[in-house]
Design a protein around this ligand. Sequence first.
Ligand SMILES: O=c1[nH]c(=O)c2[nH]c(=O)[nH]c2[nH]1
Length: 315
Amino acid sequence: MSETLTTTSAEQTAATQSSGAIVLGDNQWGKAEVRLVRVDRATPRHEITDLNVSSQLRGGQEATHLEGDNSKCVATDTQKNTIYAFARDGVGAIEDFAIRLGRHFVEDFEWIEGGRWEIEQYSWNRIETADGEHDHAFVRNNQETRTTVVQRDGDEVFVVSGLTDLVVLKSTGSEFHGFPRDRYTTLVETNDRILATSVTSRWRYTTTDVDFDAVYAKVRAIQLEAFATTHSLALQQTLFAMGKAVLEAVPEIAEIKFSMPNKHHFLVDLAPFGLDNPNEVFYAADRPYGLIEATVQREGVPAEPRAWATVTGFC
Ligand SMILES: O=c1[nH]c(=O)c2[nH]c(=O)[nH]c2[nH]1
């Protein structure tokens, strides 16, 4: 991002010497956060799909911005309606739904060059009753949110999928020591601490020919397995182990980015109450928190900046 803001003095001189005309730069427009719940009533055992969909189109907007000529401005209201209408036939994997939306806008409006479709999916569990799982009563599953950002540039499609708010904790199997000490260092080295984080991860697919639901379940399970089984000497080491395991198992994924807050748990001093504390009672601090972020990638696979350009919050 900073690269696009950096101008050399030669460019600045060129800018000063330009004709002075003011022109429209990159732009996109659409409806953000369209909340959509679809109930599949094909059998008495209903299925629900709960989504937050954002649609942004790109292309043909000079006249709209410069003159207020809306002849090529596909209304954001139309984009919202299209999302609901497309859900009538079923949603499927959120990646496939976003790809369908993108294809529609680019193919049906000749001036639309591309766009961006972002979907979050919230999950629900069936309520357990005395008679077993209920057919049409659900309790919101407060686990992670599944995400995707599909972008289209002409015929090219970029899919970056992921998850956020996957909260995990290990009550042992985590150490942190060997870090440099200076006059500001007070942190005590530890061979046994709580390791807790809320995983946000995003991975870039190299193809759209994927069973996105199956791969999502696999990537989620691999991340949990690696978190659980890595004896951690740093959250950074755990992060890398999680990413490496995903790339080793899923060839359709080129790279994976993580943002993982280190949710600190501090041992409470119970001595004032005449009690010991053998690593049992902790204060769960909510801030500040360490923030560990990294990309795990395949050597030699070129980066695809266009895929990531609008996925914010990652290094
Ligand atoms: O896993 C950790 N990584 C760090 O970089 C760090 N820094 C810190 O104070 N505690 C931790 N823990």
